[in-house]
Design a protein around this ligand. Structure first.
Ligand code: 13P
Ligand code: SF4
Length: 302
C-alpha cells in the first residue's frame, strides 16, 4: 500500500480531516481535505464534523484549532514546526505593554501563542487586519507581533497603531531589488505581496493580500502574469488552479523551513500513534477563544 492509500485508510478509521496551510509541501497540500490561509483554516477547524484534526501548518495554527475545538483531538505531525514570529512576543511582555497604554485595545495577529491571544482583545489574520482594527471602538491599538503588518494597517486606518517589533524571517528575505528585477523581466506582470513583507516591498505592490486573497485575485483577474511576494509553497496552488497563467516568485529564497517540516510520513505517524496531541490549559483556552471568536465574527476582509 502506498503512502496516499495508507493516509486515506487511516483517515477513515479515525474519522479524521487533514487541514493544510498554503505554504505546506506540494504533496501534503494534495493529500489535505482543505488547504487555505490562516483565516480559512480557523473557520474550517470549527466547521468540521471530524473527531480528529491533523493540522499541517505551524504551532500557533494547531493551537488555535485546539482552542476552538476542545472536544476534538488536534494532532500536529511535527512538533518542531514552530513559527519564529510567534515566539517574538510573550504574554508577560504584552502585559507590560498594556500597562504603558491603558486606553488601548490589543489586536494580535493569529501568529501568536494561545497565552498571548488570551491577553488580547481580538485576533486578526492578514486577510482581515484592517477590518478588525476599524471594527474596534478604541482609537489606540497595540498591534502584535508583526511590525510590518502593523505598519500596513497604520497606513490604511485613521487609528493610532502601536506596533510590536516582531517579523517573519521568511518574508524579510524578499527585498525591493528582487521585485524590481522581476518587474524588469516581466513588465506586464501584476505584483502581489503579503503584508508580512517589508514596507519598501509593500510599496512596490499592485495588491497586498493574504495567501488566499492572492489565489482569489489571481484567479479572477484578467492579468495573465503575476510576481508573487510570499512563501514559495503558494505557487503550487496558484499554478495548479490557474494553469493558463504565469507566476514568478519574487525570490527563490522565500522558503519557511518550519512550514516544510510536515511530510506524508509524519501524517501517517500522527494518525497511527495519535501524535502529537495539542492541548491548551482551560483558563488560557477560554480567554484565547474569545479573541478568536471575535475575529471570526468580524469576518474576512478581502
Ligand atoms: P496567511 O496564509 O493567513 O496569509 O498567513 C501567512 C503566514 O505567514 C502564516 O504563517
Ligand atoms: Fe511564521 Fe513566517 Fe513561517 Fe509564517 S512564513 S510560519 S510567519 S516564519
Amino acid at each position: 500500500m502506498d503512502q496516499l492509500e495508507k493516509i486515506q485508510q487511516l483517515k477513515k478509521k479515525r474519522n479524521a480531516i487533514i487541514l493544510a496551510h498554503n505554504y505546506q509541501r506540494a504533496d501534503v497540500q494534495d493529500v489535505a481535505d482543505f488547504v487555505g490561509d490562516s483565516f480559512g483554516l480557523s473557520q474550517k477547524a470549527v466547521a468540521s464534523g471530524a473527531a480528529v484534526i491533523v493540522f499541517c501548518g505551524v504551532d500557533f495554527m494547531a493551537e488555535s484549532a485546539a482552542v476552538l475545538n476542545p472536544d476534538k483531538i488536534v494532532l500536529m505531525p511535527e512538533l518542531s514546526a514552530q513559527c519564529p514570529m510567534a515566539a517574538m512576543i510573550t504574554p508577560e511582555a504584552l502585559k507590560l505593554e498594556k500597562q504603558k497604554h491603558p486606553g488601548a485595545a490589543v489586536v494580535c495577529y493569529v501568529n501568536t501563542s494561545a497565552a498571548v491571544k488570551a491577553e488580547s482583545d481580538i485576533c486578526c489574520t492578514s486577510a482581515n487586519a484592517v477590518k478588525v482594527v476599524n471594527s474596534l471602538d478604541e482609537q489606540e491599538i497595540i498591534f502584535v507581533p508583526d511590525r510590518n503588518l502593523a505598519l500596513y494597517v497604520a497606513a490604511n486606518t485613521k487609528k493610532k497603531i502601536i506596533p510590536w517589533g516582531g517579523y517573519c524571517p521568511t518574508h524579510h528575505l524578499i527585498l525591493p531589488g528582487d521585485i524590481l528585477l522581476e518587474k524588469e523581466e516581466h513588465p506586464d506582470a501584476q505584483v502581489l505581496v503579503h503584508p508580512e513583507c517589508r514596507p519598501d516591498v509593500v510599496a512596490l505592490a499592485d495588491k497586498v493580500l493574504s495567501t488566499a486573497g492572492m489565489l482569489k485575485y489571481a484567479t479572477q483577474s484578467d492579468a495573465r502574469e503575476f510576481i508573487i511576494g510570499t512563501e514559495l509553497g503558494l505557487l503550487h496552488r496558484l499554478r495548479k488552479e490557474n494553469p493558463q497563467k504565469k507566476f514568478y516568485p519574487a525570490t527563490a529564497y522565500a522558503v519557511c523551513p518550519n512550514m516544510k517540516m510536515n511530510t506524508l510520513g509524519s501524517i501517517i505517524r500522527a494518525l497511527e500513534k495519535n501524535e502529537h496531541v495539542i492541548k491548551v490549559p482551560e483558563n488560557i483556552r477560554k480567554k484565547a477563544k474569545q479573541a478568536l471568536d471575535r475575529m471570526l465574527e468580524a469576518g474576512r476582509g478581502d
